[in-house]
Design a protein around this ligand. Structure first.
Ligand code: PHE
Length: 456
């Protein structure tokens, strides 16, 4: 029966242009914007950090993201197989995909735990138990959650099951359908919160922290942190965008979609900064509070404002939504490799990924309690996985991708792929992009990595 066999062969993918945008933006927007971006900006000097981050996004993020999506769509396969079939036989470029799978597990291990706190806080916010204007109370509440091994594990497993459930539905009926519904809600909630925060008495001070640079704060380590954030934020250097690129429609304008995703992602980070920093200053909190910033500051901030209870629930719901789209895209990397490379059925691949993650991820869930003293290189597993992925694997993946496109794949194939086989014309821009991918980005990333890691 030819119809069923060709239906079996047809690969699942995104079905509409809006779906492509929602899923890709859903991957980029996440805890990176609402949790990581504010606390890194707060701890590393505010506006000067923001400036370096913007430069990294343009000079590194944009070219790498375009390259990844392009390769994925050209090959229409998972992250490992795509590089296998695009590269000349015998060359090990597929290792980019293999390290991507490794990075996906490392990232998801700590990411799912932060998401676990967020999901827990949605319910705590509804119940009102964390609503207190006294930071001592809100920090005690957060410390209690982190130090409770049972709660930490159960919330994490709950999150994993939730994400696994959506992945089981597939690419178009799962990832695309869910992100299409959730992304508009996220933007709406974020705008409401940003406006609310700007109306607070200390708003001006928060904004000046976010927008006045202090260049004395910029060190090699801070530059690497900012670049690592750019990789993490745009979900690049670890195979997610190759995988999603393989689900892109053939007539999708890749550079334009990438620019839109980047712009919207920056907009969300800025809104999150605008929602958080004015409030932080208005209520006299410490902007450099670190990873717990949103969990301690935000409840106290909301407790001090009219209708704070409602706004706090909205805040954690929107953060949970953002985290969901990102987690779907992290897990899709190993799932698609198992399906595409090893012929495992999708349900089995999802199940296997979840089980492995429950095991690896538990080291992060327990790093605030039972495993608090278990350290490698002076870091607990939560911090170690975060640092290794953002400062090593993703930047190294970015370099390798640029070298592959710039020196192996070459300009003609890139022009053909990005112009949708000649339908879109922009020779000048494509040549400039190719130059950046061939020389500028790989060198820049290498220099930042080496100096940031203290090699010179
Ligand atoms: N970009 C996501 C965020 O900012 C995190 C992410 C990293 C998603 C890597 C996919 C791959 O939250």
């Amino acid at each position: 029966n030819t119809t069923t066999s060709s239906a079996k062969l047809a690969r699942d993918g995104f079905t509409s242009s809006f779906g492509v945008l929602a899923a890709t933006l859903g991957s980029a927007v996440g805890l990176g914007n609402i949790w990581k971006f504010p606390y890194l900006t707060g701890a590393n000097g505010g506006a000067s950090f923001l400036l370096v981050y913007l430069l990294a996004t343009l000079l590194v993020g944009l070219p790498v993201m375009i390259s990844e999506i392009m390769l994925g769509r050209a090959a229409k396969r998972d992250a490992v197989s795509s590089l296998k079939i695009l590269a000349p036989a015998g060359q090990p470029w597929w290792l980019i995909g293999a390290f991507g799978v490794l990075a996906a597990f490392l990232i998801m291990s700590f990411y799912s735990e932060v998401a676990a706190w967020v999901f827990a806080y949605v319910f705590k916010a509804m119940g009102g138990s964390i609503l207190s204007s006294d930071p001592a109370v809100t920090s005690a509440a957060f410390a209690a959650l982190v130090a409770d091994p049972v709660q930490s594990l159960l919330w994490q497993w709950g999150v994993l099951l939730f994400i696994g459930g959506i992945l089981l539905l597939g690419v178009s009926k799962g990832i695309e359908a869910v992100t299409k519904k959730l992304m508009p809600v996220l933007f709406l909630l974020l705008i409401v919160l940003g406006v609310r925060s700007l109306m607070l008495p200390g708003a001006a001070q928060g904004l000046s922290f976010l927008f006045t640079p202090d260049f004395s704060k910029i060190t090699a380590g801070v530059v690497l942190t900012a670049m690592g954030l750019a990789f993490f934020k745009l979900s690049i250097g670890m195979g997610t965008m190759i995988t999603y690129g393989s689900y892109f429609k053939d007539d999708q304008n890749i550079p334009l979609t990438t620019l839109r995703v980047m712009g919207a992602d920056l907009f969300v980070s800025m809104l999150a900064g605008i929602a958080i920093f004015p409030a932080v200053f208005s209520f006299g909190f410490e902007p450099a509070a670190g990873p717990s910033l949103v969990f301690i500051t935000i409840p106290a901030v909301f407790a001090s404002m009219p209708f704070g209870h409602v706004f706090m629930v909205l805040f954690f719901v929107l953060t949970a939504i953002a985290a969901t789209g990102a987690m779907l895209s992290i897990l899709e990397v190993p799932v698609s490799v198992m399906v595409g490379r090893f012929g495992v059925s999708r349900p089995r691949a999802v199940l296997f990924t979840l089980l492995l993650l429950a095991a690896i991820g538990s080291t992060c869930a327990l790093s605030g309690s039972l495993l608090a003293d278990f350290k490698l290189f002076g870091l607990n597993m939560f911090d170690l996985f975060d640092e290794v992925s953002s400062k090593l694997i993703m930047p190294a993946g970015g370099i390798a991708l640029c070298l592959f496109v710039g020196w192996v794949w070459g300009f003609d194939r890139m022009r053909d792929a990005l112009s949708n086989h000649g339908q879109l014309q922009n020779e000048g821009l494509l040549r400039a992009l190719f130059f950046v991918i061939r020389y500028v980005t790989p060198l820049l990333v290498l220099l930042v990595m080496l100096s940031g890691l203290g090699v010179f």
